[in-house]
Write a protein that binds this ligand. Structure first.
Ligand SMILES: [Zn+2]
Length: 362
């Protein structure tokens, strides 16, 4: 168990804002070396296949990148202007600790802000727009700052990984290092006990901004089934409700099987059956529209049936995302079991259409 916690910690502490995922992919590659030689492409995607040489190709995909900032300007006083990478709320910058990942090494930084005493009451619930935000690295001026940082350097929330309670972890990049952990463990479990399908683990890049990694690979790999493992919103805190987020998702209650636009109905049924057979807890969530994950792009390539398997996370896209390791381990078991089931069925998922329980229109 401790060894698995170490894997999740290593994945979370490696910096990887979109476009700068190399350090994360290195952690993934080093771990996958035990199973075989991972392949990659110039964009930065990484993948490895385990199981037999032939058979249906099942892909389990997670994204390597995380949200962050990028340095856009250094002013005369040595303060850094930044732009967001992915969905960063401006409120999360003032007063927070960051790290600028310069070519010469990590540079600690803080988000500048007015002293609370002089923030007008009407401004206390809002954040300055991006052009007014700045980071402070303690530099004496522009020249001193440029000795340590450069325009285009990526920035992350200060990397941190803490166990809040046994198995309950908080880190700044669990979206989607939780998914990478699940993907890696699923490959390891499947390699120990393979079925007749091939199982490919895929670590994609550029998910938080353009889904470019998934777009490129969906057309290249032509899999039969794609399982996307990504963070999903917990609704078990005062901060979020099941009514606004597609269903009740609780931390520690197991991976989340998506129904509707988030997944092929046959795969959703098989996932629930596989979980029941393995004694794994699962939760179900409804997607009326897009999933806003790599699944949307992978489905659009039209070669494969796709299912999103959510990993319960609290406080998504914040410096303090919270996950339960038990959910990730259950998700890895579920992926391996589902791959075996897909192999038994010959990988054939109703070629006539995706959601067989729905009407087919007039
Ligand atoms: Zn994600």
């Amino acid at each position: 168990m401790a060894a698995q916690m170490d894997l999740l910690r290593d994945l979370c502490l490696a910096p990887g804002p979109t476009g700068f995922e190399a350090a994360v992919q290195e952690v993934v590659r080093r771990r996958l070396d035990r199973l075989g030689d991972a392949e990659g492409d110039p964009l930065g995607n990484l993948w490895l296949t385990v199981g037999p040489e032939t058979g249906p190709l099942v892909v389990v995909a997670a994204h390597a990148d995380q949200i962050g900032l990028i340095v856009t300007h250094v002013d005369e006083q040595g303060f850094l202007s930044v732009a967001p990478i992915g969905g960063v709320a401006p409120l999360l910058v003032p007063g927070r600790r960051f790290v600028v990942h310069g070519r010469g090494g990590a540079v600690p930084a803080v988000g500048g802000r007015k002293p609370s005493h002089i923030i007008p009451v009407e401004e206390r619930r809002t954040a300055p727009d991006w052009p007014e935000q700045f980071l402070d690295i303690g530099a004496a001026g522009r020249e001193a700052a440029l000795e340590r940082v450069a325009v285009g350097d990526p920035v992350t929330f200060a990397p941190d990984f803490v166990e809040l309670a046994p198995g309950i972890v908080v880190a700044q990049a669990l979206d989607d290092r939780a998914g990478l952990y699940t993907m890696i463990r699923a490959l390891e479990l499947y390699a120990e006990q393979p079925g007749t399908a091939r199982l490919m683990g895929l670590s994609t890049v550029h998910e938080e901004t353009t889904f470019m990694g998934a777009k490129a690979l969906a057309r290249r790999l032509r899999p039969d089934v794609i399982l996307v493992v990504d963070g999903d919103f917990c609704t078990d805190t005062p901060a979020a409700s099941a009514k606004e987020l597609g269903g009740e998702v609780r931390l520690g209650a197991g991976p989340v099987v998506s129904r509707g636009a988030g997944g092929h109905e046959r795969l959703a049924v098989w996932a629930q059956e596989a979980a029941a057979a393995e004694g794994l807890p699962v939760q179900v969530k409804a997607y009326g529209g897009e999933t806003e994950t790599d699944a949307d792009e992978l489905m659009a390539a039209g070669t494969a049936a796709t299912l999103t398997i959510g990993l319960p996370l609290r406080y998504m896209h914040s410096p303090s995302e919270v996950a339960d390791l038990a959910d990730l381990d259950a998700a890895a078991c579920l992926v391996a079991a589902l791959a075996r089931r897909i192999g038994e069925a010959g990988g054939l998922v109703d070629p006539a259409g995706p959601n067989e329980t729905g009407g087919r229109g007039a």
